[in-house]
Design a protein around this ligand. Structure first.
Ligand code: HEC
Length: 424
């Protein structure tokens, strides 16, 4: 990925305002997504500098994690722990459950972290960076081996079955690093490389800026080339069984590739394209995408059909009971993160039960941001309406609530009237 491409897409995302009913999570394009091995949780990273933890079974957002100072470019599952995020700020954060702070932070990169990978036993974390290096960190003792050789940003990294590492760079090279300290094997390709994955049998798949997916043997011998589209491939994922590769391009083409047959089985058809990130659910039958439209979507990984957004149910029937009410409809944009009753508890955001008349940052048991705790606001219909008229980042600077506004004064009024009714 070039800085230019990033900024072009980022600019596109910023100038196209998203209607309120679609703001169900991140405040910016979803740059990275990973799914836990049991399929119950997903973590996403965004250009809005936050990571979010989603409960896929319940369709709720469990946490908004604000730690990084820059886009969260990469997310990976750490077996036995949780997830790791890698960001533009050069840092890698390790997260356990929905704790508000990382359990550990790995520093060392001098440029943005673009990709992360974990060894099969979960003991080692590899990170690819725009500082032109790959770091392979032994999580047990924190020591890192630094792989130097790329002449440009490194955009992808993966482990090979024997413990070796493969990295893909903007310098159009694929580099295969032996598990011990030996020199790397270099494979030079016709275009810059944006991502790499490795199948359980050791086959390497590389996403390139010429829109082609290329397959190599574990030693770097070329095996196949599949044209996905004309524009750079920016998202790449592999199903757990290694059978299917998903590759997405800058113009919105996303192909599901049958790896053994070397052919495109289906292309995604539906809303929310182009995507920045892709991840299969463990059974390989569904795929998640993170989009420029800020949403996380589910797809049928066999047919390419859109299944729906990973959203937000407000808890059983809370919204169903208010069918047809505008305020309840507007609240759909909030339901992933907020409940309305004390018994449903806090999610990514605090419960809104008892909101009106309550001082900011006073819901019991919720870990508010420091910015929120330092403010002196009492929530009334007027202040809540104002919050979404000018947006959280203007009204409550430093908040971890993703940026969103509700453009229509009638919708804001409907929302606060309805909230008053249902939060006490
Ligand atoms: C992606 C998750 C998310 C979404 C969507 C979201 N919020 Fe929030 N909200 C938060 C978080 C996180 C906080 C706490 C902010 C902090 O600590 O900085 C918060 C705080 C608030 C607060 C202040 C509560 C308090 O106790 O001080 C209000 C009011 C609120 N949100 C209303 C809404 C409404 C209304 C919507 C929909 C229009 C919405 N939020 C959408 C995550 C979200």
């Amino acid at each position: 990925m070039t800085a230019r491409h990033l900024s072009v897409l980022l600019a596109l995302a910023l100038i196209s305002p998203v209607p309120a009913q679609e703001l169900r999570g991140h405040g910016g394009p979803v740059r990275a997504v990973a799914v836990s091995a049991d399929g119950r949780f997903a973590m996403t990273g965004s250009f809005d500098q936050s990571a979010m933890l989603w409960n896929l079974a319940d369709g709720t957002a469990d946490a908004v994690l604000r730690f990084h100072q820059g886009a969260v470019n990469a997310v990976v599952v750490i077996p036995g722990l949780g997830f790791a995020t890698g960001a533009e700020d050069g840092r890698i954060a390790l997260w356990r459950g929905n704790a508000a702070e990382p359990v550990r932070v790995l520093q060392g990169h001098k440029g943005p972290v673009a990709a992360l990978a974990v060894s099969a036993d979960g003991g080692m974390l590899a990170s690819a960076s725009w500082d032109e290096t790959v770091r392979v960190t032994t999580l047990g003792d924190g020591t890192a081996r630094v792989l130097e050789g790329h002449r440009g940003p490194v955009n992808g990294v993966a482990f090979l079955p024997g413990g070796g590492i493969v990295s893909a760079g903007y310098d159009a090279t694929l580099r295969i690093w032996p598990a011990d300290a030996g020199a790397e094997r270099i494979v030079t390709l016709p275009a810059p490389l944006n991502g790499v994955v490795v199948a359980p049998d050791g086959e390497i798949a590389v996403a390139a800026a010429d829109g082609r997916l290329r397959l190599f043997g574990p030693d770097g011998e070329s095996r196949a080339e599949i044209e996905i589209g004309q524009t750079p491939l920016i998202a790449l994922a592999l199903s757990a069984d290694g059978a299917t590769i998903a590759a997405g391009g800058l113009r919105g083409q996303v192909a599901l590739v049958d790896r053994k047959a070397r052919s495109i089985r289906a292309t995604l058809v539906g809303p929310g394209l182009p995507v920045w990130s892709l991840a299969f659910l463990p059974d390989g039958r569904q795929l998640l995408s993170g989009g420029t439209d800020r949403l996380v979507r589910r797809w049928n990984a066999l047919t390419g059909e859109h299944v729906g957004t990973v959203v937000p149910r407000a808890g059983p029937d809370v919204l169903a009971a208010f069918q047809g009410e505008r305020g309840a409809q507007v609240f759909r944009a909030c339901a992933a993160c907020h409940t309305l009753t004390p018994s449903d508890g806090n999610r990514a955001g605090p419960t809104l039960h008892g909101l009106f008349g309550r001082k900011i940052a006073s819901a019991p048991g919720y870990a508010y941001s420091d910015a929120f705790k330092a403010m002196d606001i009492v929530w009334t219909k007027e202040t809540v309406a104002k919050l979404f008229e000018i947006g959280p980042s203007a009204y409550t600077p430093g908040t971890k609530m993703p940026e969103q506004t509700i453009g229509s004064a009638e919708d804001r009024q409907a929302l606060v009237d309805w909230l008053e009714k249902v939060t006490h």
